[in-house]
Design a protein around this ligand. Structure first.
Ligand code: SAM
Ligand code: SF4
Length: 349
């Protein structure tokens, strides 16, 4: 039987070590959980059709973790051996104080990688300060290169801003650059070809994502899913055979291929048709302070209430490692079980 952590955590009252710890945290299935996705806000400067309703109502600010509360939780995750962080949202670049938040996460003793998923709109200005603060790399969402389609998907975005953000990110070295497109029937299923074509000339990884169902948006999402095999067939018909990379092993959650002669790669994230739960190594912190154990299951641990009632870091550490132990094996989309308590923008992907 595995213990919750391989190495005992410091005794109550002991000060946290300033150097990296060798602590590792496992769930009951023996998965080493060391990757935290941190949603910094549920707010966004776009309204993508597959993510949120147009009339979305955001949470009141007082429900969101303050910077101080956020760092209390992050220091506990660090003590549990978490070493990889991804900032997300909503749109992480609309969170006030983002650059300072990155600087503090990058200086956590165990932090090995700090990445961010963003719609890229504000990156042209932010790429340099974020890089200087310690951000390692970015994933940028771009669902179409066609300005009209891009606007239809995002409800008002200008794709030129995203392209400027991608160029800025590359220029300052937020690399390797990964680009994400959620593929939606009737909106951008034929854009997979021009998007994949970008990898012929650029050293980017372009990742195509199957849309996942959440709460109020689930009906639209389920009606508009384009399965990975269809995306692959469309790309191969125009651009040639996709050649498997990494011996077929997943890169994070993506299965990666290369087009003949391409400088970059093409990835497919298939949570609906080919779940990757067995290799899951992550949990998520929502902007309102819950630890979400599985993207596609409603089970969460409320951390904001104990934080505001005066829990100390040792109390939080006990709560979090017990919750991680109970992390579910995987989602149940195949049996019709859909997450109902949050939409994607409240979790962060
Ligand atoms: N605003 C940032 C962005 O769009 O990149 C970060 C947050 S967004 C929720 C994170 C990722 O989730 C994006 O790549 C987005 O395209 C993707 N996404 C949003 N809703 C989705 C859904 N229902 N199914 C699959 N991916 C989704
Ligand atoms: Fe905003 Fe990202 Fe959701 Fe689009 S996918 S609405 S950019 S949070």
């Amino acid at each position: 039987m595995l213990s919750l952590t391989e190495v005992a955590t410091p005794a109550p009252g002991a000060s946290r070590p300033a150097e990296p710890t060798t602590t590792k945290t496992f769930d009951a299935f023996g998965r080493h959980i060391h990757y935290l996705r941190v949603s910094l806000t549920d707010r966004c400067n776009l309204r993508c059709v597959y993510c949120m309703p147009e009339q979305v109502v955001f949470r009141p600010t007082e429900e969101l973790l303050t910077d101080h509360e956020l760092f209390t939780v992050l220091e506990v995750m660090d003590a549990l051996g978490f070493d990889k962080y991804r900032l997300t949202g909503g749109e992480p670049t609309v969170r006030p104080g983002l650059v300072e938040i990155v600087r503090r996460i990058a200086s956590l003793p165990n932090a090995r990688e700090v990445a961010m998923t963003t719609n890229g709109l504000k990156l042209a200005r932010l790429a340099r300060p974020l890089k200087d603060a310690g951000l390692n790399r970015v994933n940028i969402s771009i669902d179409s290169l066609d300005p009209v389609k891009f606007k239809r998907i995002t409800r008002w975005g200008d794709v030129r801003d995203v392209l400027a953000g991608i160029e800025a990110a590359e220029r300052v070295g937020l690399t390797p650059i990964k680009l994400n497109a959620v593929v939606i029937r009737g909106f951008n299923e034929d854009d997979v070809v021009p998007l994949a074509r970008l990898t012929l000339e650029r050293e980017w990884q372009f990742r195509f994502i199957e849309v996942m169902p959440f709460a109020d948006v689930a009906e639209f999402q389920q009606a508009s899913i384009v399965p990975t095999h269809e995306m692959m067939a469309r790309i191969e018909a125009e651009l040639g055979l996709l050649i498997e990379e990494n011996g077929g092993r997943l890169d994070g959650e993506a299965k990666v291929y290369r087009l003949p002669g391409a400088r970059g790669t093409v990835g497919f994230i298939s949570p609906v048709t080919a779940p990757f739960c067995a290799s899951c190594n992550r949990v998520r912190l929502t902007a309102d302070g819950t630890l979400r154990l599985c993207l596609l299951k409603d089970g969460e641990l409320d951390l904001r209430t104990p934080l505001r009632r005066g829990a100390n870091k040792d109390d939080l550490l006990d709560l979090i490692r017990a919750a991680i132990w109970r992390k579910p094996w995987g989602h149940d989309l195949a049996h019709g079980v859909i997450p109902m308590n949050r939409i994607m923008s409240e979790i962060g992907g």
